[in-house]
Design a protein around this ligand. Structure first.
Ligand SMILES: *[C@@H]1O[C@H](CO)[C@@H](O)[C@H](O)[C@H]1NC(C)=O
Ligand SMILES: *[C@@H]1O[C@H](CO)[C@@H](O)[C@H](O)[C@H]1NC(C)=O
Length: 172
């Protein structure tokens, strides 16, 4: 009697503490590549990119040093804005380089369509805007992209007036 009670108790304790299903979920890391196009619309009647702050010195800076811009930019599946919307880039960028055109990008890619709908990827990195390819860090994510880490490559498409973002992301 005492022995079976002991067995029952130890079974109950094990099943509550170890939660085998949750542990399983974090065993296999996946790699995903995503290409989206980022549109920074700072002109027109409905801008998605607005400058919210700057220092008095910013006006005399040829590289906008000190300006802070908040964005809710469309992300599309093709280079042109007219292609399908797949999400939005929400966050801000700060002109944080006093000598060159360079921004600190702090933004979430918020997916609103397809298999990634509702999931986000967090990007944090230096954007040396005039370089052909800029690499930034992927520092986290939610939903499908829980525990995300990786990097993004950004390149400007002057014809389409958009920026191609190739995301290389590992997640669970
Ligand atoms: C995306 O998810 C939201 C919230 O769950 C839902 O309301 C919406 O219909 C979904 N959109 C698409 C295109 O699947
Ligand atoms: C830039 O965008 C145009 C569409 O406006 C497209 O034809 C061209 O292939 C794109 N360039 C690159 C390098 O993707």
């Amino acid at each position: 009697m005492a022995k079976s009670l002991f067995l029952l108790l130890s079974f109950l304790i094990q099943s509550t503490i170890f939660q085998p299903n949750l542990a399983q979920e974090y065993k296999t890391e996946k790699s995903t590549q995503i290409r989206v196009y980022w549109h920074d619309l700072f002109t027109g009647p409905n801008p998605t990119s607005i400058r919210v702050a700057e220092s008095p010195q910013t006006k005399s800076s040829s590289v906008f040093f000190g300006a802070v811009v908040v964005i809710d930019d469309p992300l599309t599946v093709g280079p042109e804005l007219s292609t399908d919307l797949i999400g939005r880039a929400q966050g801000m960028y700060t002109f944080a380089d006093s000598k060159e055109l360079g921004a600190l990008m702090t933004m979430n890619f918020v997916f609103t369509k397809g298999e990634y709908n509702g999931s986000t990827i967090s990007i944090f990195g230096r954007n040396h805007i005039l370089s052909a390819v800029r690499e930034m860090s992927i520092v986290g994510g939610t939903g499908v992209f829980r525990m995300a880490r990786g990097y993004a490559h950004a390149s400007t498409n002057a014809t389409a007036n958009s920026v191609e973002y190739n995301l290389f992301v590992n997640h669970y």
